[in-house]
Design a protein around this ligand. Structure first.
Ligand code: PEP
Ligand code: MG
Length: 316
């Protein structure tokens, strides 16, 4: 009965044998953040800042950005807040980021790459985050989207640190970044966070908006899991946090596999947190690793899921 109580209780994410796995919220607006702050989550694992500015036709100023970021940081107090710098382009066009005519926008100038053309946009945002850190008394964790190389990671880290930010990371959503995760981390990152939506799109060469490619876009694809595993091992080797902030994190069974692959935090829509928390509480770390190994050995997404499910506690 006591074990049942522990399972239904809230609080920080833990495996049955007590390994911490932070349970974080994905947010896109100030309202989302304020709602999430009132819930039993350990912080924000992905603040999609471009969502703040989808309607804008002119670039937001440093002051207006700093004001929103400070409010989000204050809402979470001591809790972790991972802010993603503007991810403009492809499926997230921003009117004030002049888009080049591209045949393949998903493979074009998007995410961190937009800073090549518009360096001031990134520096203004980093300045705004640093100002918000001073105003709120808490340091955000700051990460760049669509990093492909260690050079890009190093360049981003240098700019973020020059702005006064000291928890700097990158999203791993390009297969090259997962393959080179050790080099990315060694290039001056404190953490990485896997975006399974784009990582799946790019690993499987399947447009994430194409409904008829659903089987290829399944994050249970063993190839995708293998890339997450490379990232997890790289993080473990350096003692660096490895998050997952794509949709995969909200599937309780897959969350256990991700933990078994070395992931240390899971970020999702807040409504999904209780089910993931309870799945973790029923499963020890060794079982998560066994589930991960079984999923990697499968030859299809359905096979991976079945193999993992066969090892899970029936209550998951
Ligand atoms: C992802 O790609 O998995 C991710 C978290 O970012 P977005 O869905 O905003 O591209
Ligand atoms: Mg993405």
């Amino acid at each position: 009965a006591r074990a049942e109580l522990a399972r239904s209780a809230g609080g920080p994410g833990r495996t049955a044998d007590g390994v911490a796995v932070q349970l974080l919220a994905n947010v896109g607006t100030l309202e989302d953040a304020e709602r999430a702050a009132a819930l039993d989550v350990e912080g924000v694992g992905l603040f999609r800042t471009e969502v703040l500015f989808l309607e804008r036709t002119t670039a937001p100023t440093l002051e207006e950005q700093a004001e929103v970021y400070a409010r989000v940081l204050r809402a979470f107090g001591e809790r972790k807040v991972v802010v993603r710098t503007l991810d403009a382009g492809a499926d997230k066009p921003l009117a004030f980021v002049e888009a080049a005519a591209e045949e393949n926008p998903a493979l074009g100038v998007r995410g961190l790459r937009t800073a090549r053309r518009h360096p001031a946009l990134l520096d203004t945002q980093l300045g705004a985050l640093a100002a918000a850190a001073r105003a709120s008394g808490t340091q955000p964790w700051v990460m760049a989207p669509m990093v492909a190389t260690a050079q890009e990671a190093a360049g981003f880290a240098a700019r973020a640190r020059a702005a006064g930010l000291n928890r700097v990371g990158a999203m791993v959503e390009v297969p090259a970044a997962a393959l080179r995760a050790p080099q990315l981390l060694a290039a001056g990152l404190d953490f990485v966070s896997v975006g399974t939506n784009d990582l799946t799109q790019y690993a499987m060469a399947a447009d994430r908006l194409a409904g008829d490619l659903a089987e290829l876009l399944d994050p249970w694809q063993p190839a995708v899991l293998q890339l997450v595993g490379l990232t997890g091992s790289a993080g473990a080797a350096r003692g660096a946090p490895v998050g997952v902030c794509g949709e995969a994190a909200r599937d309780p069974l897959l969350a256990l596999v991700l933990v078994g692959l070395g992931v240390t935090s899971l970020s999702m829509a807040p409504a999904a947190v209780p089910a993931v928390r309870s799945a973790l509480a029923r499963t020890d770390a060794a079982t998560c690793r066994a589930m991960a190994a079984a999923a990697l050995a499968a030859d299809s997404p359905a096979g991976a899921r079945d193999a993992a499910a066969g090892l899970a506690d029936p209550g998951v």
